[in-house]
Design a protein around this ligand. Structure first.
Ligand SMILES: NC(=O)c1ccc[n+]([C@@H]2O[C@H](COP(=O)([O-])OP(=O)(O)OC[C@H]3O[C@@H](n4cnc5c(N)ncnc54)[C@H](O)[C@@H]3O)[C@@H](O)[C@H]2O)c1
Length: 285
């Protein structure tokens, strides 16, 4: 997008951390912002704080695991601001553990929030962004855990790889449109993700079931300030930057993963089973 002033953004997980950082940066740049979050108290407090600074913002409670909540939020965004231009699917929870032993309630909670939340956001808001013909942008928050397999984060990696896959697909699908597509892959950011169980719904065991996350808010406190990420996301929207990495030092993890993947091709070039075998290409209709 060349200009965001007066444009409308909808953000999930906006009562805390990076979502709040985005709401602050966007509204400071003159955007109208609909903040959403599962935590009603902090949501209303942050909306009031931004309004006191003269920002054009509103709030709506949304549990991203509920499609009907996103649909209602889309309706409220149009009623309040008239249009939608920017969607940030950002809400997420931190769940630790190995895929083979992770409590299944945690597995489902992780996938429902971190993956289905993105899908429901896209389905509710993309038709609105496409409907008016003006420039738009869609951004989803994945993680560096969507770029390489971080140990003891099996379900979280699965959800975040899927978010990267969805956004990469949308990049290809929207190449020749006026809708930009980005995926945010943060490193360590000083947020409240270490206490994600604070708002785990009863159907996933409530706040009592441990999330097995071995990362605490205290440890993350040394990380990047979430307001910096908010500003970076705004810059990425204005420059139509597809991949948003917050920690340049972590490129070596991605480098190392791609080197291992390429070594699989080196092996395929020489392996006995493929020698002389017929290869077809995948034909599209
Ligand atoms: N903090 C990090 O180091 C880090 C690193 C990589 C990726 N991430 C990702 O960043 C995103 C933002 O998290 P954060 O670090 O700012 O944490 P945070 O806990 O400070 O903020 C996340 C927000 O999402 C909300 N939320 C949780 N479940 C929800 C639900 N079902 N419906 C709606 N809202 C819900 C929370 O109430 C909270 O306000 C997440 O997707 C997370 O996975 C964080």
């Amino acid at each position: 997008m060349k200009d965001v002033k007066g444009k409308v953004a909808f953000i999930t997980g906006a009562a805390s951390g990076m979502g709040l950082g985005m709401a602050r940066a966007f509204s400071e740049a003159g955007m109208k912002v609909m903040l959403s979050d599962i935590e009603e108290g902090p949501l209303q407090a942050q909306v009031a704080d931004l309004k006191a600074k003269g920002r054009d913002v509103a709030g709506v409670r949304v549990d991203v695991t509920k499609k009907e909540d996103l649909d209602a939020a889309a309706k409220k965004t149009i009623e309040t601001f008239g249009k939608a231009h920017v969607l940030c699917n950002n809400a997420g929870v931190g769940v630790g553990g190995k895929s083979e032993t992770c409590d299944l309630r945690n597995w489902r909670w992780c996938i429902d929030v971190n993956l289905w939340g993105v899908v429901y956001g896209l389905q509710a808001f993309m038709p609105l962004i496409r409907s008016h013909g003006e420039e738009g942008h869609v951004m989803s928050t994945a993680s560096m855990a969507g770029m390489y397999g971080v140990r003891n984060l099996g379900p979280y990696n699965a959800a975040k790889y899927a978010v990267v896959a969805i956004m990469e697909t949308m990049m290809a699908e929207n190449k020749n449109t006026n809708i930009g597509v980005s995926v945010l892959c943060p490193g360590a950011v000083a947020t409240n993700i270490g206490s994600s169980t604070r708002n785990r719904q009863q159907e996933y065991g409530g706040s009592a079931v441990p999330s097995d996350l071995d990362i605490t808010n205290d440890a993350l406190a040394q990380g990047l300030h979430p307001d910096v990420v908010g500003k970076q996301v705004l810059e990425a929207i204005l420059k139509n930057q597809p991949y948003i990495f917050t920690d340049p030092k972590m490129r070596k993890m991605v480098d190392s993963r791609f080197r291992k993947i390429m070594s699989g091709y080196d092996w395929a070039d020489t392996c006995d089973s493929l020698r002389g075998a017929q290869q077809g290409s995948l034909q599209r209709k």
